[in-house]
Design a protein around this ligand. Structure first.
Ligand code: SIN
Length: 274
């Protein structure tokens, strides 16, 4: 097995390994790499849905996503799908999965089944690197702040985006809950500090005037959106990507109109953040 950094700020590429046949030492090395790099990209995997589920269960209990359409016969698996005649993709903006939950999913494991001939890459951003690069004044300003996250604007009944995505999203009646998390998160496993706000689901900084909250969030987003904190994953069929939702953002690019893109995602339960 070879593990090599994907970029300075986030991710590692793992080669020469079959994730369905990991012994305990190999799994421990992969787990350490996941904590060190925030995202892992495995090439050339052949996974049945059962094998995908079995790999996911080595990391923890599965967090059943309530809003994505599930793969028939496999409620553990969320479908990330765009058909040739659909305009909008899923995950087409910077976000981190499930930050609207009290205990956000620890990680997401995405397997590529059909990839367009070109385009459809996914960008990742490293939250610890972005935090480390903030100046001391900003670190001091945000150190004790909390932010509220929510999902009604994405998955709820009234969401124009949900309506446009159509039957690829489900259960709009279950949207609406919010959760409050620290803006600077000490990672639950490593203790490393990282930013934990995202344009997809963060609604506001708690106890701050709306205008100031919007301006501060935008300042943090502008900072994180610098290329130096990113890795761009160019998918091949058979790739398996796994990312830590407490340490990264991701963004699925929607630049392949007229082509099908189909991936399967499993999310793993996390812990309450504080
Ligand atoms: C997602 O946001 O989980 C989907 C990412 C992708 O399709 O690349």
């Amino acid at each position: 097995m070879r593990i090599a950094k994907a970029s300075a700020a986030v991710g590692a590429i793992v080669e020469d390994i079959d994730v369905t046949r990991l012994d305990d030492d190999e799994f421990a090395a992969i787990r350490q790499a996941f904590l060190d790099h925030g995202a892992l990209f495995f090439r050339e995997q052949t996974l049945t849905p059962e094998a995908h589920i079995a790999f996911a269960e080595r990391w923890g209990a599965i967090d059943f996503n309530r809003f994505f359409k599930r793969r028939e016969g496999y409620p553990e698996i969320a479908e990330v799908l765009k058909e040739p005649d659909q305009q909008l993709n899923i995950g087409g903006g910077w976000h981190t999965d499930h930050s609207y939950d009290e205990a956000p999913a620890m990680g997401s494991i995405l397997y590529a089944l059909e990839i367009p001939p070109s385009g459809g890459d996914t960008l990742f951003a490293g939250m610890a690197a972005a935090y480390d690069a903030l100046d001391d004044l900003m670190k001091e300003r945000i150190k004790d702040l909390k932010a509220r996250h929510g999902n009604a604007h994405v998955f709820g009944e009234e969401s124009a985006y949900r309506k446009a995505v159509g039957d690829r999203y489900t259960n709009p009646d279950q949207a609406g809950q919010t959760a409050v998390h620290p803006v600077v998160l000490a990672h639950p496993d490593t203790g490393a500090k990282g930013l934990y706000v995202n344009p997809g689901f963060t609604l506001e900084i708690v106890d701050m005037e709306p205008e100031e909250s919007r301006a501060l969030l935008q300042q943090l987003y502008d900072h994180i959106q610098q290329d130096r904190f990113h890795h761009r994953h160019v998918w091949r069929e058979g790739d398996l990507a796994m990312w830590d939702n407490r340490a990264t953002w991701h963004y699925a690019l929607n630049d392949y109109q007229g082509h099908r893109r189909y991936l399967n995602r499993i999310t793993i339960e996390g812990v309450a953040l504080g």
